[in-house]
Design a protein around this ligand. Structure first.
Ligand code: UVW
Length: 338
């Protein structure tokens, strides 16, 4: 019984469409947001998607982008031989270091705030110090909506629904360039869902393919830099009407192969003009106001091929982010099971 966008209770000082408090229980501030929509019944129903015994990984390699955007650190991977270690035998360890947003990722509800109020989901006013403290706490008492808390609820197991925009655009001869601010609209999503025979259900995770990661695969770091350098990239239309539609479907989370899920640059709702990346529209609604995590840069080519082959576009989705206490972003470790 989740209120629709227009009926969400007013939150003082916040815009319409703020879901703070909606999922609070027993006087405790919620940290899971729309993952609360994944009830045991939703999970049991999602298991009925498992019919063919086929599994598809949705994870792009960490390090697939040689120089990630927004000044983020790319992958550093070190391999160490045991021969030179105290073990002095034949064998290896490795160490990786990377920004958790440099490839396929979940954005936690701490990742992006409502900009004017600087508040995160459920009114948290997070500081770097608090996030570091969360990292250090022994009992991980769910103060901040970070990704490690997903482990307390058994990770994410839900029904995934795929919207293969790229296949649709290719088939219909629609001109779409992921490396411009071309937009995927709600109308497109509804048309594709109809064509693919997909109906949305409460607690679904919707996954949208634009062709973005595929355009960056198998090319040099220099070429990747050229394609992304202008900070003008495709995505779902970033405006209030789109946010409202996503909330009203009662999705548990959203994901895609786009770098920000929504297009960049965002359009300022008041002026109608292009705005800075810091004012991303759907990031503010989804993460800060709704509590709906965003998946980005997922690898969706194999998923597209499998859905086409099996003739179905819904599946059992599992995802277990890294269990790093205080984690703001994480590789999703996501699998689609048919
Ligand atoms: C930003 O929020 C700037 O990045 P991302 O799109 O990776 O979430």
């Amino acid at each position: 019984n989740i209120p629709d966008f227009d009926n969400l209770p007013e939150v003082k000082g916040m815009p319409k469409g703020c879901a703070w408090g909606v999922f609070d229980k027993d006087g405790k501030k919620d940290v899971y947001g729309t993952l609360n929509l994944i009830t045991p019944d939703v999970v049991k129903a999602a298991y009925s998607e498992l019919k063919d015994g086929v599994s598809v990984s949705l994870n792009w390699p960490i390090g697939a982008i040689k120089t990630p955007g927004f000044g983020r650190k790319g992958l550093v991977h070190k391999v160490m031989s045991f021969v030179d270690s105290p073990l002095a035998c034949h064998g290896y360890d490795d160490e990786v270091e990377f920004n958790t947003q440099c490839s396929s990722q979940w954005d936690s509800l701490c990742h992006f705030h409502h900009q004017p109020s600087a508040s995160g989901y459920n009114g948290v006013q997070t500081s770097v110090e608090e996030l570091k403290q969360e990292y250090g706490t022994e009992d991980h008492d769910q103060k901040l909506p970070t990704l490690n808390h997903w482990h307390k609820r058994g990770g994410l197991v839900a029904r995934g629904v795929f919207i293969d925009f790229k296949a649709y655009a290719d088939e219909e001869g629609i001109s779409f360039n992921p490396f411009t601010d071309d937009k995927i609209t709600v109308e497109d999503i509804e048309k594709i869902a109809k064509k693919q025979g997909v109906e949305f259900k409460t607690g679904d995770v919707i996954i949208i393919r634009s062709g973005f990661t595929e355009g960056l695969t198998g090319i040099s770091g220099e070429k990747q830099g050229e394609l992304m350098g202008s900070h003008r990239v495709c995505g779902v239309t970033g405006n209030e009407a789109t946010a409202k539609w996503f909330w009203n479907q009662h999705f548990a989370a959203v994901a895609g192969d786009m770098i920000a899920f929504e297009h960049i640059p965002p359009i300022n709702p008041e002026t109608g003009k292009e705005d800075s990346v810091g004012n991303l529209v759907l990031h503010q609604y989804f993460l800060a106001l709704f509590g709906m995590s965003i998946g980005e840069l997922w690898d969706l080519k194999a998923l597209s091929e499998t859905c086409k082959k099996l003739g179905r576009y819904s599946f059992l989705l599992t995802s277990a982010p890294l269990n790093v206490p205080g984690s703001i972003g994480s590789p999703p470790n996501a699998l689609a099971l048919f």
